[in-house]
Design a protein around this ligand. Structure first.
Ligand code: PGA
Length: 246
């Protein structure tokens, strides 16, 4: 089986400042992490402020490429200031900004048209998990994207499994819980294309921190992390990236 290179992406959400940018620029310039891709997704206005350090990504993009859509930012605009990745379908976008599976799929396609690598977030609420509908729920989230872009659309994309109950709660999924869903997602890809299943990176997100990262990243189907709160703390973020570098 192909060896997948690990990736750790920090999602700053609505946090950060120019001084945090400069702290991370310098801090990440000085670490040697040859086996992991390190990505930071700051608020979009800070993307051009990074002159060195991590690879950059957006946290969201408009579903339109231009026009009268006040406050929106297109994939092309993100790419033009240096973004290489963009998070699509984060659970906060789905819940707080009412993004459904079809809109998320359309944004995924837009991201790729703009030359960005989409980081597609999927994941269930505690209620869904308890109801036993976990796998059907994840299946529907993936299927909506597949229906729009086809399996070839996933050859240059990343999936992040982020159980909603673990996001920002301090309650990380156990490595076994995370691995179970990652394995399901990889098997889902394998039904469509074995090569894609072997190459697609599946990140885990949800309260990843310095102490939980090593065991999570040691799971066979976990290819790195999407890190929220701990990505705002330079030392801890470097420790997490170091765990993925092993
Ligand atoms: P968290 O956020 O690490 O703070 O739980 C993860 C995310 O929302 O991507």
């Amino acid at each position: 089986m192909a060896q997948r290179r690990k990736l750790v992406a920090g999602n700053w959400k609505l946090n950060g400042s120019l001084s945090l940018v400069s702290l991370f620029e310098k801090g990440l310039d000085n670490v040697n992490l040859p086996n992991v891709d390190v990505v930071i997704c700051p608020p979009a206005v800070y993307i051009p402020s990074f002159k060195s350090g991590p690879v950059l990504g957006g946290q969201n993009l408009a579903v339109n490429d231009c026009g009268a859509f006040t406050g929106e930012i297109s994939g092309e605009q993100l790419a033009s200031v240096g973004a290489k990745y963009v998070i699509v379908g984060h659970s906060e976008r789905r819940e707080l900004f009412f993004e459904d599976n079809q809109l998320v799929a359309a944004k995924f396609a837009r991201a790729q048209n703009a030359g960005l690598v989409p980081i597609l977030c999927v994941g269930e609420s505690l209620e869904t998990r308890k109801s036993g509908d976990l796998f059907a729920f994840i299946n529907a989230q993936l299927q909506a994207v597949l229906d729009l872009v086809g399996i070839s659309g996933f050859t240059n994309a990343i999936v992040a499994y982020e159980p909603i109950w673990a996001i920002g709660t301090g309650e990380t999924a156990t490595p076994a819980q995370a691995q179970e869903v990652h394995e399901f997602i990889r098997a889902w890809f394998a039904k469509h294309d074995q090569a894609c299943a072997e190459s697609v990176k599946i990140l885990y997100g949800g309260s990843v921190n310095a102490s939980t990262a090593p065991e999570l990243f040691a799971q066979p189907d976990i290819d790195g992390g999407l890190v929220g709160g701990a990505s705002l703390k330079l030392e801890e973020f470097i420790t997490i990236c170091t765990a993925a570098n092993k």
